[in-house]
Design a protein around this ligand. Structure first.
Ligand code: SF4
Length: 394
């Protein structure tokens, strides 16, 4: 593969000494959920095989360029990776194993939608080394699943969860959404209680954000449904924090809870502002002070790889001030650890107070952050008003 910017080559080769979090994007879904603005495409099943062939090539190319870097975590995300047949997933994992040193026991996650999967498929995924499955469940209520245009029922989600357990997955995540248009607190409580009863090791609960250019946005604009109520969403969040703490889950990131020891190691890399490499259409990579992304559309991506061209669409070198701000913003998402002064100082040669003393004092005065001389954290109130905190560091 040619035409990669020389600066990127240099950055890659200089940085891959460090173990990398590896992300692979599978940009296909059966159809688009009403709230989704991700880089995904529906009705493209005939592109699955060429897409995986392109992924294999990109991954192998990186392996050759970077001298078989060590992987720290692997995450197959999307989209809906579980739409890919097992034979294509096998090829993908062969390429990953060839290009990276993959230490035994590292976290390997795959996202799946609880629809149409068989026991044999889940056992096959497990046999490939995937040891963490993340299931999009979202709601326990049929009318909410219809509103979200999910491609499964709650009963299917429950059965797939049980099937994944029986297939040997000891680390299961369920993704949930709250703060839906017209959703009462008790409906969200019912969803959380129902899913919690399955015993997932990890729960992600996201407040619905109505993104522009989504079906949900259009329905709200046309006044066919109500806009979500932010005060009610805040109430749901507070209740969730309390309920999951009682149930023994650690609230380790703003929207993520885990049984101790089951925190997502892959996502922690993003929040700790550490390096990752992404493969596939629209995938982002980040090494040291560089961030770049591949072309977004799978057909463009495949075309570039087939022609032996770089799939990189954009590359940016991040100014120091941006890196500092991003490290704080991402670190604040880690509710307990927050941003550690020692790590900030090691990276930038100055402490948090030296850099942001005035901002931190102001935010402390507003009761939004807490500085204990070692780390900076959001207060419980700051967790509710994160955006009011974050922009001040940019
Ligand atoms: S399954 Fe996930 S990625 Fe696919 S359309 Fe729905 S929300 Fe988006």
């Amino acid at each position: 593969m040619k035409a990669l910017p020389p600066s990127l080559w240099l950055a890659l080769l200089a940085e891959v000494e460090e173990a990398l979090a590896v992300y692979v994007h599978i940009p296909f879904c059966r159809w688009r959920c009403s709230y989704c603005d991700f880089n995904i495409y529906a009705g493209m099943s005939r592109w699955f095989a060429p897409y995986v062939a392109a992924l294999e090539q990109e991954i192998r190319w990186f392996g050759r360029a970077a001298g078989r870097a060590r992987a720290r975590t692997i995450y197959i995300g999307g989209g809906t990776p579980s739409l890919l047949p097992l034979s294509l997933l096998e090829r993908l994992f062969e390429a990953l194993q060839e290009a990276f040193e993959v230490p035994l026991g590292i976290e390997i996650t795959m996202e799946a939608n609880p629809s149409g999967l068989s026991m044999a498929y889940l056992e096959g995924v497990r046999a490939l080394g995937v040891n963490r499955l993340s299931l999009g469940v979202q709601s326990a209520h049929p009318e909410e699943l219809r509103l979200l245009r999910r491609d499964h029922t709650f009963e299917e989600a429950r059965d797939h969860f049980a099937m994944a357990r029986a297939a040997g997955f000891a680390n299961l995540n369920a993704d949930l959404i709250y703060g839906l248009p017209g959703q009462a607190l008790c409906r969200w409580q019912e969803t959380l209680e129902a899913v919690r009863a399955w015993g997932p090791e990890h729960l992600s609960a996201y407040a619905l954000i109505v993104e522009e250019r989504t079906t949900l946005h259009r329905w709200i604009r046309e006044e066919r449904i109500l806009a979500p109520d932010p005060d009610l969403a805040a109430e749901m969040y507070e209740w969730t924090r309390e309920r999951l703490a009682q149930a023994g889950y650690r609230h380790y990131e703003l929207s993520n809870w885990a049984r101790p020891g089951y925190e997502s190691q892959h996502n922690a890399v993003y929040w700790r502002y550490e390096p990752y490499i992404g493969f596939g259409a629209g995938a982002w990579s980040f090494l040291k002070d560089r961030r770049w992304t591949n072309v977004r559309h799978p057909k463009d991506y495949i075309g570039r790889i087939e022609r032996g061209e770089s799939p990189v669409a954009e590359e940016e070198i991040l100014p120091l001030s941006v890196q500092m701000g991003e490290m704080v913003i991402l670190g604040l998402r880690r509710v307990e650890e927050g941003v550690e002064d020692v790590r900030f100082r090691a990276r930038f040669g100055q402490g948090l107070m030296e850099r942001y003393g005035a901002v931190i004092a102001e935010l402390e005065g507003l009761g939004l952050v807490q500085w204990d001389g070692v780390r900076l954290r959001l207060t419980p109130r700051g967790q509710l008003l994160g955006n009011q905190v974050f922009w001040r560091f940019l």
